[in-house]
Design a protein around this ligand. Structure first.
Ligand SMILES: Cc1cc2nc3c(=O)[nH]c(=O)nc-3n(C[C@H](O)[C@H](O)[C@H](O)COP(=O)(O)OP(=O)(O)OC[C@H]3O[C@@H](n4cnc5c(N)ncnc54)[C@H](O)[C@@H]3O)c2cc1C
Length: 361
């Protein structure tokens, strides 16, 4: 096959799409506007410090292992992983701390210390969380969706309620635990996903299986090392990776995309895949007549909020921190209200401190 594909964006999405197309015989060019590949998972070097700029939690390792099997490769051919113990440390308002570890009995004891029956409740919560995860992965994730009807398969129709697609996470968690500390541990992932536990569907309870059962890992050379691994695989498969190349426009003929115009010239292709943000691709890269949605549609969407990030290079060791540290304000609802209901700067914000030099100097 001599067909050409252009992939827009060099994050995990673009790099993996490019690799899969190349494996299937396409001649692939990937164009990335930044000087570095990795997208949100790129790094920043300054004064001897190296920062992962975006993601820092390496979760669901099996998904990455599965990805490399598509190429008859192994993840460890590209980067190494270190297990993290404790998985994370929580700082509750007032100074109390708790550590969540790979040892389930310790986590159960912790929940029991919060409230009577908490240990048993955690076990029951984990069982439903694992069940939902298995269904989500087995029946939904690795499938092609061409229309919404395909999402409603038999399993969802018969077990929709049990899967928690309809209920809300906060209400669901309250059926298991009442103590605010226990609830915060079971709901904290929503802070990262950019949603409010009171509004998020209960199926997000799978996140507790993801961190407490599947484990938390850290890749050597950070998350940027993972992106570099994805990029190496692309190179081996012959993908041309072009950085500092911003796509200004998707070129079309009739209703077909036939290439892209960039600040580094024009690239013709039989197929164009954009892995840049959907809103950007639809509104900035396509001519109005080819857009999927109108401006008024986009204006009505609620997008996940931005976050404030400080990259701190400190020339001495700080004691008391673990790799992942989470600070939770006691009035958790106020925090979420300040983000979602009455947007403003939260007075007592929940925050996350990533101290990766604990694992990788
Ligand atoms: C601060 C932060 C923390 C996060 N923490 C975690 C975490 O701990 N664990 C986790 O699993 N996930 C985390 N995530 C989410 C994760 O980083 C993203 O889901 C993932 O990196 C997205 O990859 P992507 O390829 O879809 O998009 P991106 O990484 O955004 O890649 C899109 C690429 O397209 C490029 N692009 C855009 N427009 C153009 C154009 N016109 N021309 C050329 N190139 C263009 C961009 O520069 C970018 O490189 C976090 C995200 C952020 C922002």
């Amino acid at each position: 096959m001599n067909k050409k594909a252009v992939v827009i964006g060099g994050g995990f999405g673009g790099l993996s799409t490019a690799a899969l197309l190349a494996r299937d015989g396409w001649i692939v060019t990937l164009v990335e506007k930044n000087a570095q590949l990795g997208g949100r998972a790129r790094y920043w070097k300054k004064d001897g410090f190296t920062f992962d700029m975006g993601p820092s939690w390496y979760l669901m390792p099996e998904v990455f292992e599965h990805y490399f099997t598509h190429f008859e490769k192994k993840r460890e051919d590209y980067y190494d992983l270190s297990p993290i113990d404790p998985y994370y440390k929580v700082y509750f308002e007032g100074g109390e701390t708790a550590e969540l570890t790979p040892r389930f009995e310790e986590n159960q004891k912790l929940f029991e210390s919060f409230e009577k029956g908490g240990g048993k409740a955690l076990k029951a919560y984990m069982e439903q969380s694992s069940y939902k995860y298995d269904v989500a992965m087995g029946d939904f994730l690795y499938r092609e969706y061409k229309h919404i009807g395909q999402f409603f398969n038999r399993r969802l129709m018969t077990e929709g309620l049990r899967l928690g697609v309809l209920g809300k996470l906060d209400t669901f968690v309250s059926n298991y635990v009442k103590d605010y500390r226990a609830k915060q541990i079971l709901e904290y992932a929503m802070v990262f996903l950019g949603t409010d536990p009171a509004q998020a569907p209960a199926i997000y309870s799978i996140m507790t299986h993801v961190d407490l059962n599947l484990g938390v890992f850290f890749p050597q050379k950070g998350m940027a090392g993972v992106a570099e691994g994805f990029a190496s695989l692309c190179r081996e498969l012959g993908v041309e990776l072009i950085t500092d190349a911003e796509v200004l426009k998707v070129l079309t003929e009739g209703n077909r995309a036939v290439g892209v115009e960039t600040n580094k010239g024009t690239f013709k292709a039989d197929v164009v895949v954009s892995s840049a943000d959907y809103h950007h691709s639809d509104t900035n890269l396509l001519e109005t007549k080819h857009r999927t949605y109108s401006d008024s549609y986009w204006e009505k969407r609620v997008v996940a909020p931005s976050m404030f990030i400080a990259y701190l290079g400190i020339g001495r060791e700080l004691k008391g921190f673990e790799h992942h540290n989470l600070y939770f304000a006691k009035d958790w609802d106020k925090h979420f209200d300040a983000i979602f209901k009455n947007p403003g700067w939260p007075q007592n914000p929940c925050f996350y401190l990533s101290c990766i030099s604990k694992t990788d100097s």
